[in-house]
Write a protein that binds this ligand. Structure first.
Ligand code: HOZ
Length: 425
């Protein structure tokens, strides 16, 4: 038995499914998960000594790769001063200034501890500010494990066959309307009948928790327009795309301004941080100035804030987006070539440093089409890739990430391995 297998056996006795976040359990791809001993740059080293080129990047946060010296130094310096104060601290002001400068739609921002807290608080704020209750979401989008958003949800929820989670009272789910992403007609029809009761629409502008789906021309603008017309709050969930596709996320790439933005992952530089922000007028509804309550003992934690500051400053200094996009595009071309040679129907949606695999004849534009893809082929690819030292997300419903620590040597090696893996499935 390997060390990972032994640890997983012990973990499974004590932790449900052996993991603290379901998608890590490898259930949909088969086998047992490896345990990581250490990580550096583009690579993970398992407790059994296998080195893996990592395209999961801690599910998004590690845009600078693992354990980058500057972030490590920032945390070490903060650590000298204390781990938690429960009072305001100077790091909170510095990171708020950075985030407001980077994300176009933000005038004010509130920090919390995870992406889930960010989306949960954003929809509460939308409801409190509009005094309406309905929230619209899109099938396959995942906004963390928030009660009213675990309806037709992506990520681990769909991976393990429960896109509509148990434990959500019907009355909560009844306040959520679910539409197919990219369906403008359904969007207009819903607003025509219930628009005056819709508090907000939450969307991953590029859904990345069910593979990766890109918007059809005009879809996100239509979303902006109907929200403006009906006085509903448009919430972009940029937990995955924020700071990754541009300093200002998708909203900078496409020039559309949401009313609220939920952030997470990269903003914490590898420590647990979430944030949400938007127009001052809307944000002033939050306690202690307004009636919408939101709080957190560890919110604004000095270690987490200092890691986030270092991560964001590095992005501003490096401006790595063009280079990351070139690497993503190189990966896409190579994977499509390999599939063509094998005669395998494969789509590789890609934008910037994000890409995904859909085993499908046609491009995938919504969740129904995602569910029709060949996930068995993905599981086979995952295993073949692991055998060649390449770590892809252990689910057909997640997205791959490239970091600034990946170089063309890593890509050469990964392309060679993935080409062989595609031929072997
Ligand atoms: N929600 C994350 C993927 N979209 C998974 C987090 C994890 O398992 O660590």
């Amino acid at each position: 038995m390997s060390i990972s297998q032994d640890l997983f056996k012990r973990a499974s006795e004590l932790i449900p499914g052996g993991v603290n976040s379901p998608v890590r359990a490898f259930r949909s791809v088969g086998g047992t998960p490896f345990f990581t001993k250490s990580a550096s740059g583009s690579r993970l080293t398992t407790v059994d000594g296998q080195e893996l080129i990592d395209f999961v990047c801690t599910w998004g946060p590690a845009i600078h790769g693992h354990n980058p010296p500057r972030i490590k130094q920032a945390i070490t310096e903060a650590l000298e001063k204390g781990t938690s104060f429960g009072t305001p601290n100077p790091y909170e002001v510095a990171i708020a200034e950075l985030v407001v400068k980077m994300v176009p739609s933000l005038e004010q921002v509130r920090f919390c501890n995870s992406g889930t807290e960010a989306t949960m608080s954003a929809i509460r704020l939308a409801r409190g500010a509009t005094r309406r209750s309905l929230i619209v979401k899109f099938a396959g989008c995942y906004h963390g494990h928030v009660d009213s958003l675990l309806v037709k949800a992506g990520s681990g929820a769909v991976t393990h066959g429960h896109p509509d989670s148990a434990g959500i009272p019907a009355a909560f789910a009844g306040e959520t309307r679910v539409l197919e992403y990219n369906d403008q007609e359904a969007l207009e029809a819903l607003f025509a009948t219930e628009g005056d009761q819709i508090a907000g629409v939450i969307v991953e502008p590029y859904p990345a928790n069910c593979g990766l789906i890109l918007p059809k021309d005009g879809f996100l603008q239509k979303l902006r327009d109907v929200c403006t017309q009906y006085g509903s709050v448009l919430i972009f969930d940029e937990v995955m795309t924020g700071f990754r596709l541009a300093a200002g996320g998708v909203q900078e790439c496409i020039g559309i301004t949401p009313d609220l933005t939920a952030m997470g992952k990269i903003i914490g530089g590898g420590l647990p941080v979430g944030a949400f922000g938007g127009k001052r007028e809307l944000m002033q509804n939050l306690a202690p100035v307004g009636p919408v309550y939101q709080a957190g003992t560890l919110s604004g934690n000095p270690l987490a804030m200092s890691a986030g500051i270092a991560a964001l400053e590095m992005l501003l200094e490096l401006n790595p987006y063009e280079r990351l996009n070139q690497m993503g595009s190189r990966m896409q071309t190579a994977l499509l070539d390999a599939a063509k040679e094998k005669g395998l129907a494969l789509q590789v949606p890609q934008t910037g440093s994000m890409f995904a695999f859909f085993f499908s004849e046609e491009p995938v534009t919504n969740f129904t089409e995602v569910m029709a893809t060949n996930t068995g082929h993905f599981s086979a690819l995952f295993k073949e890739a692991m055998n060649r030292g390449i770590y892809l997300p252990p689910s057909a419903f997640e997205t791959c990430f490239i970091s600034t620590a990946h170089d063309h040597g890593d890509l050469d090696q990964a392309i060679e391995g993935l080409t062989e893996a595609i031929k072997a499935i």
